[in-house]
Ligand binder design. Sequence first.
Ligand code: WTA
Length: 655
Amino acid sequence: MSSQIDHLLDETRKFPPSEDFVAQTISSPELYERAAADREAFWGEQSRELLHWHKPFTRVLDWSAPPFAKWFDDGELNVAYNCLDRHVEAGNGDRVALHWEGEPGDSRTITYAELTDEVKRVANVLTDLGVGHGDRVAIYLPMIPEAIASMLAVARLGAIHSVVFGGFSADSLRARIDDAGAKVVITADGGYRKGRVSALKPAVDQALSDRGDGEQQTVEHVLVVQRGGNDVDWVEGRDVWWHEAVPAASAEHTAQAFPSENPLYILYTSGTTGKPKGILHTSGGYLTQAAYSHKYVFDLHPETDVFWCTADIGWVTGHSYVAYGPLANGATQVLYEGTPDSPHPGRWWEIIEKYKVSIFYTAPTAIRSFMKIGRAVPQKFDLSSLRLLGSVGEPINPEAWMWYREVIGGNKAPIVDTWWQTETGAIMVSALPGVTATKPGSAQVPLPGISIDVVDEQGAEVGNGNGGLLVITEPWPSMLRGIWGDPERYKETYWEKFEDQGYYFAGDGARLDEDGDLWLLGRVDDVMNVSGHRLSTAEIESSLVAHEATAEAAVVGASDETTGQAVVAFVIVKESYLAEHDPAGLAQLLRLWVGEQIGAIARPRDVYIVGELPKTRSGKIMRRLLRDVAEGREVGDTTTLADTAVMSIISAQVK
Ligand code: WTA
């Protein structure tokens, strides 16, 4: 990390937007001025301009009981109506909402009128299955149009969705279904990944059946999309085929208005403890900022642009920039089911050429893996339709930024590096592409209406030229409203550290350069960022110690050229296990175990079997020292260890 930071400090290149870009941009410096003049009035204006309110709000923000905010709280709206019906009513029903591309090469084009019709039918089916206002629905689907339709149908009913990434295991799925108390699960038989069908329904069956004594089962029905064509088990009375129920349902459905603070979704994310947190987002404020940021950060021209965000709907980026932002703005977008290299390494570029994608939003880890393969692959395709590029999920190193600019953006498309989190709901820090001169590796400036600072451990501003902790100093419309079922944890995790100042603590380190631009420096807590996915060290450690071989485990995120960070585990094996088993192959076994327990994304890159772990006298594991070993560095200061010889033993064992 430190070498990367030194390197970042040397970066001085700047790229102002071209004259052509400025001539057509929808944004202007005036946005910053308006927001600065009266922040709340600004958000009120944005919300009225971008959304349809069934009942207009009269109050923008209620911050009388911090950290629990209410935005636009006496207003009423329907989120799905805002994403669908109103575009059809405005005469844009024939506009393409989704250019969907399946991994095997099948495709579907779905207009706003068609998507509206489908969502109304699904809403009727869900109503028949007993889903009503406030009920929770888990969604465990591949990247198919039905995934978007499901989210919107749940939203239409004023119910709450919890999308679970399709790569998560049955155990992870069960934990999420149980925590939310879901009434219905929407899944598919399977979906295509890496050239073959990857089954999903068996994980749902397992999540719902594998129960200990006395555990309550909340799920009443499972709605199943047929996609993979793989054989599935069927529970009569519980399971319902989508292709039977949805076409048979009525396409008449009137969207009812719900209060602005009606919960919209729960999305689980990793924190510093083993238990994932259910981040809760609500309706009016969330949709306002999702639409606002999507419009201005991506300089959206909905009549002509083709937008493509490559994120899976299982992550927050897929919620805000595949589902809600683009649809609220009436944009045309690409949705792709599969992996970037199936069936060939140019698949993404082929899709950009095919649909003439003009705005492309992806993660640095993807860019770095394309860099590795080389520019010859993208250069085989016509990427000239691209006029704007975005990056999200982790710090983008200047080399990857420059490659993205030159090879993908043809040296003309501005790059917006967008910083935000599951908790923030929408983009918080980013250049405005028609206004800001961009800098490789810097996320740069808070969006108009957003207040961010960098402070020291005591909460004092560090000022330009210095590093510290990123904080959000004023409430924002799409902020999380809490952690599902755990208001105390919400306060502790985000608000306690800077309680006196009333700042939200993001968990990220950052630096302000001499111009006051922000450079993100990675997490300062025990959260890792692997390929832009958040993983907690504690969660993987608890999975490792759940294996019969493991006595103790410590996990660190070590820097990795392609994935940003990689999971590296240090494991002490039980004597009793060694007495009866051959330790060869155990490391591999444990890697696969974690993959099965949590999901393939959590599988450690390396598992080292060691005899000891470095601990302080109070018994706290010093992960910093393990990170030194994992990154092949000289081991740092060991004087606070209970046994200072431990690190040389571990280093020898790792070699
Ligand atoms: C990191 C993803 C640097 C950061 C939207 C944050 C970034 C965490 C950037 C949230 C960026 C996200 N530059 N770091 N542009 N974007 N991060 O909840 O550490 O999956 O706290 O949300 O990703 O990850 P999450």
